[in-house]
Design a protein around this ligand. Structure first.
Ligand code: N2P
Length: 388
C-alpha cells in the first residue's frame, strides 16, 4: 500500500516537475536548439508519455494495468467496518472492497474449512489466529508492506497466538461483559450471577458464541475460561441448562438493538457493541463482572488462498493508518491496536475506561486459548445446550 501511496505521491510530483520544466524550457532555450514549435511538440510528446506512464504506475496493479481492477473480499465481524474508511481506500487505490460478515470465530472457521473461496482478508480473534495458522489457512505477511505495524502498541504485538506477528496484525481489542438497562435492572449487576436472576426471565440475551458462553459460565464459578477437564465443562453445561429458561435469545449480532428497544434488560456482550447501544439509550451501561471475563483482540490476516495478497496487505496497512484507525474506533467503540490512533479519537473515547480499560481491570481478564482436542467437549456441550 505504502508503495502505491508513494507512487501516487511521486505521480503528483512528476506532474509538477513536468510543467515546471516545460515553462523553464520555453523561457531559457539555448541557441542551436530546434525551433520553438518543434520543441513544443517534443515536450508535449514527453508529457503525454509521462502521463500515461504515471497513470500506469498509479494503478493498484502497477504494471498490470491491462487487468480488470482488483476486488478485495473482506470477511469480518458484523458492524466492524467504517464505510468512509473503505470508500477512501477504494478511492486512493482503485481497488474495490466487498465485505461479508460473521458472528463468531467458529463461524469463520467453519466457512473457511468448508472451502469458502474468494476471501482475501479475514479478522479472527487471538485464539482463532493460532487455529488458522495450525490449519495452514493463513499467508505469511510481508512486514515491509505493512509499515503501520510500527504504530501498534508494543504490548499488543507478539502475543501467544502469533509470537512474531508472522500471520496477523492486531486491529481492534475489547472485553466481554454485561450490557444492562439501568432503568430496568436494580441494583446494577456486579456478578455474572445477574444472568441467572429469575426476575429478568425472558429479558436476558447471551452471545451466540460457544467459547464466550462457556467461558462466562466457567468464570462465574471461579474457573478458568480455558478449562479442559470434562467434569468442569459438565458442571458449566448444567448451569447453562438451568439458565436457559431465562434466556430470550443467543445472539451476537443484534443485542444492541434488543437493549435499545427494551426487549432485553441484560445482555452478555462485547464492550463496543454495548457502548453503541448506550449512545442510543443512555440508561444502558456496561460492566465487567467482579469474577472477570474475556479480553480479546481481533486481527487482520491474509488467507493463503488469496489471489490478491499485495492489495490485501495494502488494505491492512491502510486500516492501521492512525487517522483511519481513529475513524474506525470512533465508530465501532472498540479500542484500536494502534497507539497513534488514540491521539486522533475524541477525548470521550480515548479516556473512556470501558473502551480503553485500565491495567487494574485488564488484570482480572483472561484470553481465550486454543484448547486443542478439548474443543470437542465444548462443541458437544454447546450443541446440547442449543438443541435441548
Ligand atoms: C462486534 C464484534 C466484536 C468482536 N460486532 C469480538 N471479538
Amino acid at each position: 500500500m505504502k508503495q502505491a501511496e508513494e507512487k501516487s505521491g511521486s505521480c503528483r510530483r512528476a506532474a509538477q516537475t513536468c510543467s515546471l520544466r516545460q515553462g523553464q524550457a520555453s523561457r531559457c532555450a539555448p541557441p542551436g536548439r530546434p525551433p520553438a514549435a518543434t520543441r513544443k511538440k517534443i515536450f508535449a510528446t514527453i508529457i503525454v508519455f509521462f502521463m500515461f506512464a504515471g497513470l500506469a504506475a498509479c494503478s493498484p496493479g502497477g504494471n498490470e494495468q491491462s487487468k480488470a481492477p482488483v476486488t478485495l473480499h473482506l470477511f469480518t465481524w458484523s458492524d466492524y467496518t467504517e464505510e468512509t474508511v473503505v470508500k477512501e481506500f477504494e478511492r486512493r487505490f482503485g481497488v474495490k472492497v466487498v465485505t461479508d460478515t460473521f458472528g463468531s470465530n467458529e463461524e469463520l472457521l467453519a466457512k473457511l474449512q468448508g472451502g469458502a473461496a474468494g476471501y482475501d482478508v479475514v479478522v479472527p480473534s487471538d485464539y482463532m489466529v493460532s487455529i488458522l495458522i495450525k490449519q495452514g489457512l493463513l499467508a505469511e505477511l510481508d512486514h515491509a508492506k505493512i509499515p503501520n505495524l510500527a504504530h501498534v502498541y508494543k504490548h499488543l504485538k507478539g502475543l501467544y497466538y502469533d509470537p512474531q506477528n508472522a500471520y496477523s496484525v492486531p486491529y481492534l481489542w475489547g472485553t466481554t461483559g454485561i450490557g444492562y438497562n439501568a432503568d430496568l435492572v436494580k441494583p446494577p449487576p456486579e456478578s455474572w450471577q445477574a444472568l441467572w436472576d429469575a426476575r429478568y426471565k425472558g429479558k436476558i440475551s447471551l452471545l451466540n458464541d460457544e467459547r464466550e458462553v462457556f467461558g462466562m459460565a466457567l468464570r462465574a464459578a471461579g474457573e478458568s475460561l480455558n478449562a479442559t477437564q470434562p467434569a468442569k465443562l459438565e458442571a458449566a453445561k448444567a448451569r447453562l441448562m438451568a439458565q436457559k429458561a431465562l434466556v430470550k435469545t443467543y445472539t451476537s449480532e443484534n443485542y444492541d438493538q434488543l437493549l435499545v428497544s427494551g426487549e432485553v434488560a441484560l445482555a452478555h456482550g462485547w464492550s463496543g457493541t454495548v457502548l453503541r447501544a448506550a449512545d442510543e439509550r443512555p440508561s444502558i451501561k456496561y460492566v465487567i463482572p467482579k469474577e472477570g471475563g474475556t479480553i480479546w483482540q481481533d486481527n487482520l490476516c491474509v488467507l493463503k488462498s488469496s489471489a490478491h495478497k499485495d492489495e490485501a496487505m495494502a488494505f491492512i496497512n491502510f486500516l492501521l493508518e492512525p487517522q483511519m484507525a481513529a475513524l474506525i474506533t470512533s465508530k465501532v467503540k472498540y479500542a484500536s491496536a494502534s497507539e497513534e490512533a488514540r491521539l486522533f479519537v475524541p477525548k470521550e473515547i480515548a479516556q473512556n475506561p470501558a473502551i480503553y480499560p485500565p491495567e487494574s481491570v485488564v488484570a482480572r481478564l483472561e484470553w481465550i486459548k486454543d484448547v486443542g482436542e478439548a474443543i470437542k467437549l465444548y462443541d458437544r456441550a454447546w450443541t446440547e445446550l442449543k438443541v435441548k
